[in-house]
Design a protein around this ligand. Structure first.
Ligand code: ZN
Length: 442
């Protein structure tokens, strides 16, 4: 609910999406998503002096944190507000949420104790009345680690609570073939164990494919192909008492999208796409649709009547086998030329590229017709190529049903990796900061 008494400026939308058929626009990512809120001092109702002194005391370099106290619903709600607004003071939060000032102060104190937010210096010390103490997300005291398990490699990334990397991503190549599956998990657990330090608030873990968080097992994955489940327990053991959030890699990517575009609460079909990798996540009311099992919306295994390499799922014709360098090579493109090279300069390979893009277009439009989302987001490093963006912008709408076509917006999100440990860390950040503002608890 928006209060009539505060006039907080909403964070400007980043994605700048275009309607299908309109001019193209590629969002360059989410690196600049913090904005400060406007503070209308004229409507400020001062808090009790004791409360304010206590709050001011908290602004003097809070102690380092060592243990993560569990947050309650109200703390999560306030954390979500701070994510969307950038900064607020206690009075703003009270005005927006209707939570009693004393309870507001307690919840803010709990977030400060947890090392997640801090008091900034008072913003208007010279004005009449008491100074306002802005509360902001603390970028320094806490970290969130992401661990991603994908075919042939394990990655680990450490982000601050605003999603900025605190250290370079660790990339560990490791064979994930059938004979090496236990070793693959052991390596992942070992990398995670080395990353645990007192600043760590929580851990996000992503895997490709189908997972069962209750059983702590990977059921079916390109990362470790097999028909039998693979236990992830060594990874949980490495995490120890630190909270661990396990999800599919595409869900993590879509959650990252929402964190960068928090106003985009409609129905969004997000498709992650790279050379030979394709999956989707369908966001309903700001959450990935879960289905019967935790997995991506497996658009990558949508099968078309086309000869391809055999997919790890056991079949041929899967869409993610089609949009790949291997498929171009089958069609006569030189083995030295990757999909990326052909997109950069198609030249004589233009007919092969067009065949592949045509089939991709059919697959995407089928998914849109089936789900009827308000927005189709294509998250892909390939979106840096104008030929790719222009082709899809032009041809996807042709295959969307009339009547539906004008209601679906197509957005390109030029994302460096479909599978990354940063996305996994965003899972953990979102578990703290993604809560919607609307529920009011008094
Ligand atoms: Zn397949």
């Amino acid at each position: 609910m928006k209060s009539r008494r505060v006039n907080l400026r909403r964070r400007k939308r980043l994605a700048n999406p275009d309607a299908i058929g309109g001019k193209k626009s590629i969002d360059q990512g989410d690196s600049h998503h913090r904005r400060h809120a406007h503070h209308p001092a004229e409507h400020f109702k001062a808090q009790p002096a004791g409360h304010l002194q206590k709050a001011l005391a908290g602004s003097v370099s809070p102690e380092p944190v060592t243990a993560a106290a569990p947050l309650g619903q109200r703390e999560h709600q306030f954390a979500g507000l701070l994510w969307r607004h950038g900064q607020l003071d206690r009075s703003d939060i009270h005005q927006i949420t209707g939570v009693h000032p004393t309870l507001t102060g307690q919840a803010v104190a709990a977030l400060i104790d947890a090392g997640l937010v801090r008091n900034d210096p008072p913003s208007s010390p010279g004005l009449r009345g008491r100074p306002r103490i802005p509360i902001v997300i603390d970028p320094d005291r806490r970290s969130f680690v992401g661990l991603s398990l994908s075919p042939g490699e394990v990655r680990l990334s450490r982000l601050n609570p605003l999603g900025r990397p605190k250290s370079p991503e660790i990339i560990q190549p490791v064979s994930s073939d059938r004979s090496n599956r236990d070793e693959y998990i052991r390596v992942a657990a070992s990398i995670l164990k080395q990353a645990i330090d007192p600043s760590l608030y929580s851990i996000g873990v992503t895997v490709t494919g189908v997972v069962d968080p209750d059983q702590k097992a990977m059921l079916f994955s390109s990362a470790a192909p097999s028909s039998s489940p693979l236990s992830l327990k060594p990874i949980y053991e490495a995490a120890g008492s630190i909270p661990l959030i396990l999800d599919n890699d595409l869900h993590a990517l879509s959650i990252r999208w929402l964190m960068a575009n928090p106003t985009d609460q409609g129905e969004v079909l997000l498709v992650g796409l790279d050379d030979g990798k394709l999956g989707a996540s369908f966001l309903l009311d700001g959450r990935p649709q879960r289905g019967s099992v935790m997995a991506a919306n497996e658009i990558g295994h949508m099968r078309l009547a086309v000869a391809t390499e055999q997919c790890y799922c056991g079949y041929e014709g899967c869409l993610e086998r089609i949009i790949s360098s291997q498929q171009l090579h089958r069609m006569g493109v030189s083995p030295q030329r990757r999909l990326d090279d052909v997109l950069a300069d198609a030249s004589a390979d233009a007919p092969a590229l067009q065949d592949v893009l045509h089939l991709l277009t059919i697959g995407l439009a089928n998914a849109v017709n089936f789900i009827r989302p308000g927005r189709l987001v294509i998250a892909s490093p390939l979106a840096r190529h104008p030929i790719f963006v222009n082709y899809l912008n032009h041809h996807v709408p042709e295959h969307i049903l009339p009547g539906l076509r004008s209601r679906v917006e197509l957005t390109f999100w030029q994302h460096p990796y479909v599978q990354s440990a940063e996305n996994a860390a965003w899972l953990a950040i979102a578990a703290v900061f993604a809560h919607p503002a609307e529920p009011i608890s008094r």
